[in-house]
Design a protein around this ligand. Structure first.
Ligand SMILES: NC(=O)c1ccc[n+]([C@@H]2O[C@H](COP(=O)([O-])OP(=O)(O)OC[C@H]3O[C@@H](n4cnc5c(N)ncnc54)[C@H](OP(=O)(O)O)[C@@H]3O)[C@@H](O)[C@H]2O)c1
Length: 351
């Protein structure tokens, strides 16, 4: 039976699984059955900014509800497209649903969904990559790849700007997978110290990663010895943390980069701040720029080398846990929403 996992846009804790109908395919359309997907704070951020950044537009739902976008794998169940066969599998951006109908336009590695309602949205989200059967690496790919791409792009951006002359790069929500990817790359570069800010409960996990030169709790930040000038890369999106960082460093803050919103229930937007104005980093924009700069295949080659090294080490610190079925899916969604999943756990859902 087909279904959608719906989230109330005004109360992300309110969810329901609703039966869905599968209309007959139009000319050129393909229907995918969703096999598995990852759930992390990133998906919660899609929901929190669903209206403001148009994440709800990818997979429309009934009035007042949204379908949270996720990264995962699906198998073609029915095809009205001459080049796409039943049984083929694709990695990409899916809803928390049993099925997705797409209007594929063939690309080098798979297809792009040319459904009209998706054309005003960032192109990277509309790309689907052909994959074979699960080679055992699918869980780590769904959990880490979209996040590591962001870490890779931020590292590249900071390098392009000679780290803004900073002696410390300070990352909030240092336990998040996106921050971990960035810390992994910054540590390899050497030079500026990599400083992780995190909750007291996550300090031991973050220290054990070995990617941060210094790990500091949010509470201890004000008094911790941190070399300046500093760059702040903010994954928490927490007004209190942002104000503390700007208040402490002031003009010794060389750059303030706003990336995420893991602390989604905290106040956002800290008003007037000392030091530089925080600048939003939006990975899809930077992907587009680097794809143009580096030419055909250049982005994939540069990114691919970094990814291989990162993912080869990931099993050391990330334990994959698979939730099977709709009840387990709902419980996992709530655990991720409420920050109960733990940074060492990678949540995979098999609907
Ligand atoms: N701008 C972009 O283009 C872009 C691209 C990719 C990702 N991002 C963003 O980067 C952020 C990290 O995503 P991720 O998937 O890597 O995260 P993740 O691995 O799921 O992060 C887990 C960590 O986030 C914090 N956290 C999670 N839920 C929380 C809650 N309810 N309350 C308080 N803290 C909570 C905790 O960290 P601490 O205890 O260490 O604070 C937790 O250990 C997201 O906001 C994501 O949207 C942005």
């Amino acid at each position: 039976m087909a279904w959608d996992f719906l989230v109330a846009k005004t109360d992300l804790r309110q969810t329901q699984v609703q039966p869905a109908t599968l209309p007959p395919l139009a000319e050129g359309e393909v229907r995918l059955a969703i096999d598995s997907f990852a759930l992390t704070a990133n998906n919660i951020t899609y929901a929190v900014f669903g209206e403001a950044m148009r994440y709800w537009d990818f997979f429309p739902a009934a009035e007042g509800f949204g379908r949270v976008p996720v990264w995962g794998f699906a198998t073609v169940e029915a095809s009205n497209h001459p080049d796409i066969a039943v049984g083929q599998r694709f990695y990409g951006y899916y809803p928390m649903s049993s099925h997705l109908t797409v209007l594929p336009r063939k690309t080098r590695g798979g297809f792009a969904d040319s459904a009209p309602h998706r054309q005003h949205l960032a192109a990277v989200y509309n790309q689907y990559t052909a994959v074979s059967s699960d080679d055992g690496a699918e869980a780590l790919r769904a959990l880490l790849q979209p996040l590591f791409i962001t870490g890779f792009l931020i590292d590249d951006f900071l390098d392009e700007n000679a780290m803004f002359g900073a002696r410390s790069i300070v990352l909030s929500s240092a336990s998040s997978k996106t921050a971990i990817g960035l810390a992994f790359l910054l540590k390899q570069r050497g030079g500026a110290k990599v400083v992780g800010l995190t909750s007291a409960r996550n300090v031991a996990f973050v220290e054990a990663l070995g990617f941060y030169d210094q790990v500091v709790t949010y509470e201890a930040f004000a008094a911790a010895p941190i070399a300046t000038p500093a760059v702040f890369v903010d994954f928490a999106g927490d007004a209190g943390v942002l104000a503390a960082v700007h208040g402490r460093f002031g003009d010794d803050l060389a750059y303030s980069c706003l990336v995420g919103g893991t602390h989604w229930e905290a106040e956002r937007g800290a008003g007037h701040l000392p030091g530089p104005k925080p600048i939003l980093f939006f990975a899809p924009d930077r992907v587009k720029k680097r794809q143009e700069d580096w030419g055909p295949g250049g982005f994939e080659a540069n990114y691919g080398a970094a990814w291989s090294a990162f993912v080869a080490d990931a099993a050391r610190w990330l334990k994959v846990e698979t939730a099977q079925g709709q009840d387990a899916m709902a419980a996992t969604y709530l655990a991720v929403l409420e920050g109960r999943a733990g940074p060492e756990t990678g949540c995979i859902v098999r609907p």
